[in-house]
Design a protein around this ligand. Structure first.
Ligand code: ZN
Length: 134
């Protein structure tokens, strides 16, 4: 599956489907399709033996890489470390980064990027109304 399907935009939320992660393409950006305005999110799948074939950095965005399946390696500024399900990596905009799948099974990762220093502190507000499920 190469895009977000069944997208439904409501006043205060959007919902869509990307299919099971076994069917994800190499990289799928979902931010625009779902209407995000303060972050970008991509779903990533690297087949065995493949790598992101370039280093990259950002001008303004920090990134979070959350590995959810498989085994591989990540590098930032020349430092290499192993990644596996549950590995979470934060990279500052200037970090020169890449990742690869040096295993014989698929590697999956969710990447979220947002403007550095854009958080404003505690933002969630607990509501006093009763919670019900219709
Ligand atoms: Zn990036």
């Amino acid at each position: 599956m190469s895009n977000v399907t069944h997208v439904r935009h409501q006043e205060h939320y959007s919902v869509g489907q990307v299919g099971p992660m076994e069917d994800w393409d190499a990289k799928l950006f979902v931010g625009r399709e779902l209407g995000f305005t303060g972050m970008e999110v991509s779903l990533n799948r690297l087949p065995p033996g493949q790598e992101v074939p370039f280093l990259h950095q950002h001008k303004l965005h920090e990134e979070m890489y959350l590995f959810i399946g498989g085994q591989g390696q990540f590098q930032v500024d020349g430092e290499v470390f192993d990644v596996h399900p549950g590995t979470i990596v934060r990279v500052m905009p200037e970090g020169r980064r890449a990742w690869r799948n040096n295993s014989d099974s698929e590697l999956w990762c969710i990447v979220i990027q947002a403007n550095l220093d854009s958080l404003t502190g505690q933002d969630g507000v607990r509501l006093g109304e009763a919670l019900t499920w219709q």
